[in-house]
Design a protein around this ligand. Structure first.
Ligand code: MF3
Ligand code: CO
Ligand code: CO
Length: 277
């Protein structure tokens, strides 16, 4: 996620854009290169799934992802070196909203919920995706958070089509989250992606229908809603990275990279387990 910069757009209006930004639309050839990186990122999440279990540390999972990306995929873990971040994945457990730093001390235990977020860079292109994992058998209220958050992602994706506005994505996510008595994290957002990891436009996970810029074919961006059981407020720990809920209640997140097509969307980071389209 990138920390949201609120002064760029007036999120409640389609016309009152406070600062104009140029956004490069991608050609079909470029989207195929982006898709290749995205499929490598999706494959990392598939690969790691069988290793996620009670008793393993998040650093162990990070090491496996690093090895897979560098040795099997011959690609680059884009998070390493990003603003001084030193790990391959973010592993965000329970009340951690995002940017959890893998560590030898952080052991997974039965009942945890965890997001793993990975970005693979291949031939200059970035694929960014994340999914939630259930450790053992989490309580029903935590399983429900994970499921509703994935529904939020899919409902957001379903709004993507030429002629619609970016605000429709956030509106769909926010209404589903709030109908389920959850809150949407507003301090971090999705982002344009391609040869630049975090590019314009910002993709808000809340907002008003028919607000924001018009969606056009060739636009490529992530949608990555962070949904809280309690309050939307966030806090960054002293390590400078780990974002947690202020109230200590749990948070979930799912992320895909999508490309806008002539008549809808293409989920570039789709995994085989997913029934999309
Ligand atoms: N992958 C995250 C995103 O979805 C960003 C992680 S940056 C890191 O945008 F430095 F924390 F890894
Ligand atoms: Co992202
Ligand atoms: Co990500």
């Amino acid at each position: 996620r990138i920390k949201i910069i609120l002064y760029i757009y007036n999120v409640h209006s389609s016309t009152n854009i406070l600062k104009k930004v140029k956004i490069q639309l991608k050609s079909k050839d470029e989207i195929e290169k982006l898709r290749y990186a995205c499929q490598l990122a999706a494959e990392v999440l598939d690969m790691i799934t069988e290793h996620v279990e009670s008793g393993v540390s998040t650093k162990y999972l990070d090491d496996l992802c690093f090895q897979h990306i560098t040795e099997v995929q011959k690609a680059t873990p884009a998070n390493i070196g990003y603003r001084g971040y030193e790990k391959t994945i973010c592993a965000s457990v329970n009340q951690v909203i995002c940017h959890g730093i893998p560590s030898d001390e952080k052991m997974l235990k039965d009942g945890d919920i965890m997001n793993i977020d990975v970005t693979v860079k291949k031939d200059g292109w970035h694929g960014d995706t994340s999914k939630m994992f259930l450790i053992g058998k989490p309580e029903p209220h935590n399983q429900r958070l994970v499921k509703v958050t994935q529904e939020c992602l899919y409902l957001g994706i379903n709004e993507v089509r030429p002629g619609a506005r970016l605000g429709n994505i956030g509106a769909a996510i926010q209404s589903h989250a709030e109908n389920n008595h959850y809150s949407v994290v507003e301090d971090y957002c999705g982002h344009g992606i391609g040869q630049i990891y975090h590019d314009e436009p910002q993709i808000l996970h809340f907002g008003k229908r028919d607000s924001g810029i018009e969606i056009k074919p060739g636009l490529c961006f992530t949608i990555e809603p962070m949904i809280n059981q309690g309050d939307k407020q966030t806090r960054v720990l002293n390590d400078g990275w780990t974002v947690v809920t202020k109230d200590g209640r749990n948070s979930a997140q799912w992320e895909h990279t999508v490309a806008v097509t002539e008549n809808g969307y293409d989920v570039l980071t789709k995994r085989s387990e997913e029934a999309l389209d």
